[in-house]
Write a protein that binds this ligand. Structure first.
Ligand code: ZN
Length: 473
């Protein structure tokens, strides 16, 4: 019996890879020596004034357009007040009630058209990242039990886009797929590295459950900072199970912020959740509104291509959902499209692009699709070793498929192979007698001898047929 329905909304933070920080000229480089990328603005010295990074504003709008959002004619930066050592000003500059991007949708395809989902994007807004706090001593780098905490201000002030979905996601797996496609989107837009493991993409999940058929929402809990796609799915699943258990045993879910520990699978409270009132938001007096002109928005729109979700839907019909998803989320579907346009068989092209080229470490954008299509077309006429070797070189400059094919084409000339087979049969009368006496496994011996004689270039199919025919006679 499955009488509970999960209700999930995601809040995703994307670090932009602009050259400099959001409100000062410090270069981004928070992986470098601590506190070397700072200035009076990002350290909040008295009298220092912020100047917004134009590129960060453009890229926020680019993300908003890719998410189908309406771009605000006028967005306002506000001060979000709270005290924590990673925030030298005592407030974070963030868009609040007038964000740059609102009311979008994001397609998350399912296995078939009937299970496609449109997830609402409530908003995407621009803010500055906090500094990085490092807890030293004690268990696992967490604050509890640490001897002391250090702050690295290199990260403080990095432009950060926060994307908030509606409560539309209905399973942990759907949340994972949403996040994978969103990541692929921002990477393709060229605005972020979006790496969960490195923190340039971060995901919080608001999770509640309700009885199937209920229309309202119950109390939600917020799961913080899960740093891999698997942990996002596992954490949400664990939280869904925790809440169902609470309700089933007659309890009430509390609104709180939670931490999911992937090693133990346990969920523990971090702190009780603040309401926005606690932050005493007010408009940032040192900043003018963001008012993008039509030309700027058009220029950003021109940078947005077909969405990953739409591409999965397009490829799903030919390749099936799993292959289509794999191609798109690995960023290899564009090469696939070009190879198929150059005449390659769709399924063979998908297999080669997603498996063999990936295993050989060939970067898709280095491959000439026309040459690859020729190679795929010749795949059954080449020995497997030679084909794999040629595929591994498909990204080399000046690679010519014809050369690889000519140098390794299978010998399928029946007269030439027949002569070789006759010689082998004449040289092995004992094995011939044994085969004819019933030891059919010896067929492999004869085929092996022919392959050895031809340096592996004989067509296995033709050799098998010829050997069988001659041994039978
Ligand atoms: Zn600075």
């Amino acid at each position: 019996m499955n009488s509970w329905e999960p209700v999930i909304g995601l809040e995703i933070h994307v670090q932009l890879k602009t050259r400099t920080k959001m409100f000062c000229r410090c270069e981004l480089g928070w992986a470098e020596e601590e506190n070397t990328r700072t200035c009076p603005v990002c350290l909040a010295h008295p009298g220092a004034l912020p100047v917004p990074n134009r590129r960060a504003i453009e890229w926020t709008i680019r993300i908003g357009l890719a998410l189908g959002c309406t771009i605000a004619d006028r967005a306002i930066f506000a001060r979000k007040n709270y005290f924590y050592p990673d925030l030298p000003k005592g407030y974070q500059i963030s868009q609040f009630d007038m964000p740059s991007c609102v009311d979008g949708t994001f397609l998350v395809p399912g296995a078939d058209a009937g299970s496609d989902r449109e997830i609402a994007i409530v908003r995407a807004h621009l803010e500055e990242d906090a500094a990085k706090t490092i807890h030293v001593g004690g268990a696992g780098g967490r604050i509890h039990g640490a001897e002391r905490s250090l702050v690295d201000f290199n990260r403080g002030g990095t432009p950060l886009v926060e994307i908030v979905t509606g409560p539309d996601i209905r399973s942990a797996d759907e949340a994972r797929r949403f996040l994978q496609l969103l990541r692929q989107t921002v990477v393709e837009l060229g605005v972020s590295d979006a790496e969960l493991e490195k923190g340039s993409l971060r995901c919080d999940a608001n999770v509640s459950v309700r009885r199937v058929g209920e229309t309202g929402f119950r109390t939600k809990a917020e799961l913080k900072n899960m740093n891999s796609f698997k942990f996002v799915a596992d954490g949400i699943d664990a939280e869904i199970a925790r809440q169902i258990e609470i309700y089933e045993s007659g309890g009430e879910v509390r609104q709180e912020t939670l931490h999911y520990d992937p090693t133990s699978g346990r969920i523990t409270p971090l702190r009780s959740k603040e309401d926005s009132d606690d932050y005493r938001y007010f408009p940032e007096p040192d900043m003018v509104p963001v008012e993008p002109d039509a030309a700027m928005v058009a220029a950003q729109r021109a940078e947005v291509g077909e969405s990953p979700g739409a591409r999965i839907v397009r490829l799903r019909e030919t390749l099936g959902f799993d292959t289509a998803s794999g191609l798109v989320t690995s960023g290899r579907d564009r090469l696939y499209d070009r190879v198929v346009a150059a005449g390659a068989d769709a399924r063979a092209a998908a297999n080669v692009v997603m498996n063999q080229l990936a295993q050989a470490g060939v970067a898709p954008d280095e491959v000439d699709p026309v040459e690859l299509a020729k190679l795929i077309e010749a795949r059954d006429r080449m020995p497997r070793e030679a084909l794999l070797e040629a595929l591994a070189r498909a990204g080399d400059p000046g690679f010519r498929a014809d050369d690889a094919i000519a140098g390794s084409a299978l010998v399928d000339d029946t007269a030439a192979l027949g002569a070789i087979i006759d010689a082998i049969i004449a040289a092995n009368p004992g094995q011939v007698a044994a085969f004819r006496g019933g030891k059919e496994g010896l067929l492999g011996f004869f085929v092996g001898q022919v392959m050895k004689e031809t340096g592996g270039k004989a067509s296995p199919k033709v050799v098998n047929e010829l050997v069988r025919a001659r041994l039978a006679g």
